[in-house]
Design a protein around this ligand. Structure first.
Ligand code: NAP
Length: 187
């Protein structure tokens, strides 16, 4: 399995305010849907609350410390590390039923919010970021990413949606070994 983060961020990495998104960009929602459909999605309990229900045609995994939390069509976990156990189980099932070919990894999407992005960034190999030209206030932010660790795999033109401009950016983790980082070799 592999971990990807998918997020829409403002000019200063803004993600949301008062548990709401900061813009409405239908094209970004379509992009999110296309990417995540038929894949497991993992979110913090606050992001789940802001969406309000499980998203269809995706395994919805919600992280919460609340042992009472239970919701229809949602797999609840109390420790974010459990994502790896649940993901591997789903990957085995997908290999067994042929929905994933034997040499394919299951792509698990972390869909927010800030606490989950922060937690899973070190494990992620792909970041799908929608950059929005939003400069207003926020109370949650996407973590800082290092340009030494991530390279641009794909980038779109800036596009317009209502009052906003946005573009899609895909970053992949730089291979530390190729980069000459001796800490990543077996020797
Ligand atoms: N722009 C975007 O792409 C995007 C995407 C997603 C969300 N958002 C925005 O982000 C904001 C929400 O983000 P957030 O960081 O405040 O909250 P969050 O990450 O969605 O959820 C936080 C909650 O997750 C649970 N949790 C997190 N780490 C845990 C751990 N180690 N063990 C157990 N439970 C854990 C806790 O739930 P309990 O309190 O239940 O224990 C915690 O309160 C909203 O404004 C939302 O609109 C933006």
């Amino acid at each position: 399995m592999r971990i990807s983060l998918i997020a829409a961020t403002g000019a200063d990495r803004q993600l949301g305010k008062e548990n709401k998104l900061l813009w409405h960009i239908p094209e970004d929602w379509k992009f999110f849907k296309t990417k995540t459909l038929n894949h497991p999605i993992v979110m913090g309990r606050k992001t789940f609350d802001s969406i309000g229900k499980a998203l269809p045609k995706r395994e919805n995994i919600v992280v919460t410390g609340n042992k009472e939390f239970s919701m229809e069509n949602v797999t609840v976990i109390h420790d974010p590390m459990m994502v790896f156990d649940v993901g591997l189980e789903l990957e085995e099932k997908a290999h067994a039923n042929g929905s994933l070919s034997p040499d394919e990894d299951l792509e698990v999407f972390i869909i927010g919010g800030a606490t989950l992005y922060e937690f899973f960034l070190p494990y992620a190999t792909t970041l799908y970021l929608t950059e929005v030209n939003f400069e207003g206030e926020a109370d949650v932010f996407f973590p800082m990413i290092s340009s030494n660790e991530w390279v641009i795999d794909d980038i779109s033109e800036w596009m317009e949606s209502g009052e906003h401009q946005y573009r899609f950016l895909t970053l992949v983790r730089e291979d530390a070994e190729e980069n000459g980082d001796p800490s990543n070799t077996d020797e």
